[in-house]
Ligand binder design. Structure first.
Ligand code: C2E
Ligand code: MG
Ligand code: MG
Ligand code: MG
Length: 284
C-alpha cells in the first residue's frame, strides 16, 4: 500500500510540476546562458517621429532574443521571467549599455539631436542601485542624460513610497526624461501625474489600432492628448499602423508617433540607414 501511495505521490507531483513552471525554469536557464554568451541578444530600434515636423526625434530600444533552438522569443515571453528570477537587473543593464553606446555612434555620425528610449521593468526601477547604474552607464558612453528617456509603466508608480519618489526626483534632476508607457492600461490613479516629474505620456497601442473608426478609442485618445497638454507633457501614440490613424492624431495635435506605418523596430544598421535617408542632421 505504501508503495502504491508513493507512486501516486510521484504522479501527483509530476502533474503539479505543470508545463508553465517547467517552461519558466527553462527560459530562466537559457536566458542566463544568453546573457553570459551575449550573441543571442540584440537591440532593435523603432523610430519615433515628430508629427508636425515629420522628423525622427527619437528611437525606442526593444530587446530581441534569438534562441539557438527555439528561434525568436518575444520579450513578453521572458521579461516577466527575468523579473521573477532577478535576472532583469543584468538584462536591463545590458540594454541600457547597448542603447547608450548606439546613441553615441549616431551622435558621432552627426545625429546630435536624437533621443533614445529604454524600457525599464518595475523591478529594475525599484532596485536600490538603479540611479547610480544609469548615471555610470551614461558617463561611460559619454551621452548626455537629456538624450535618454526611460519608459516605465503606471504599475511602477503604484506604491508611491518615498523611494519611488526619490528615484524619480533623482532622475529628473539629472535631466533624464520619464515616459509613462502603455498609458491608460495600468492600475494607478491619475493623481501621480501631478505628483511626479514626468515628461511624456505614451498612449497604449490598443487605443490606436482602430483609429479613427472606433468611437470609444477616439474619445480616449483625444482626452489623453488634452490631459497631457494641460499638464505640460508631451504625448506620443504607439501602434500607428496606417495613415488614417496618423491623420486623426495630427488633427488632435498629438506630438509624436511610433508604429509600423512609418517603421517596424529595426536592427541598428537598418535604423542607421533610415536615419541617413530621413536625415536628422543639423546643418550648422
Ligand atoms: P512596449 O514598450 O509598449 O513596446 C511596444 C511594442 O509594440 C513592441 O513590441 C513593438 O514592436 C510593438 N509595436 C510597435 N509599433 C507597432 C505597430 O504599429 N503595431 C503593432 N502591432 N505593434 C507595434 P515588442 O518589441 O514585442 O515589445 C513588447 C513589450 O516588451 C514592450 O512593450 C516592453 O514592455 C517589453 N520590452 C521590450 N524590450 C524591452 C527591454 O529591453 N526591457 C524591458 N524591461 N522591457 C522590454
Ligand atoms: Mg515601451
Ligand atoms: Mg507601450
Ligand atoms: Mg506594451
Amino acid at each position: 500500500a505504501a508503495k502504491e501511495k508513493g507512486r501516486n505521490m510521484y504522479l501527483f507531483y509530476n502533474s503539479e510540476m505543470n508545463e508553465t513552471l517547467v517552461n519558466k525554469l527553462k527560459i530562466e536557464n537559457d536566458l542566463r546562458k544568453a546573457l553570459s554568451l551575449g550573441n543571442q541578444l540584440q537591440l532593435y530600434f523603432q523610430p519615433q517621429l515628430d508629427i508636425c515636423k515629420n522628423q525622427i526625434v527619437g528611437l525606442e530600444a526593444l530587446i530581441r532574443w534569438f534562441h539557438p533552438e527555439k528561434g525568436y522569443i518575444p520579450p513578453l515571453d521572458f521579461i516577466q521571467v527575468a523579473e521573477d528570477s532577478g535576472l532583469i537587473i543584468q538584462l536591463s543593464d545590458w540594454v541600457l549599455k547597448e542603447a547608450c553606446a548606439q546613441l553615441r555612434k549616431w551622435q558621432n555620425q552627426g545625429h546630435t539631436n536624437l533621443r533614445v528610449s529604454v524600457n525599464i521593468a518595475t523591478k529594475h526601477f525599484q532596485h536600490p542601485g538603479f540611479v547610480s547604474d544609469v548615471t555610470k552607464i551614461l558617463a561611460e558612453a559619454q551621452v548626455s542624460p537629456t538624450m535618454l528617456e526611460l519608459e516605465i509603466t503606471e504599475n511602477s508608480l503604484l506604491d508611491s513610497t518615498k523611494s519611488t519618489i526619490d528615484t524619480l526626483k533623482e532622475i529628473y534632476d539629472l535631466g533624464i526624461k520619464i515616459a509613462i508607457d502603455d498609458f491608460g492600461t495600468g492600475y494607478s490613479s491619475l493623481s501621480y501625474l501631478k505628483k511626479f516629474p514626468i515628461s511624456t505620456l505614451k498612449i497604449d497601442q490598443t487605443f490606436v489600432y482602430e483609429l479613427p473608426e472606433n468611437n470609444g478609442d477616439r474619445a480616449i485618445v483625444s482626452s489623453i492628448i488634452n490631459l497631457a497638454h494641460n499638464l505640460g507633457l508631451r504625448v506620443i501614440a504607439e501602434g500607428v499602423e496606417n495613415k488614417e490613424a496618423l491623420h486623426y492624431l495630427q488633427q488632435e495635435n498629438c506630438d509624436e508617433m511610433q508604429g509600423y506605418y512609418f517603421s517596424r523596430p529595426l536592427p541598428a544598421e537598418d535604423a542607421t540607414a533610415l536615419l541617413e535617408k530621413h536625415s536628422t542632421k543639423t546643418c550648422l
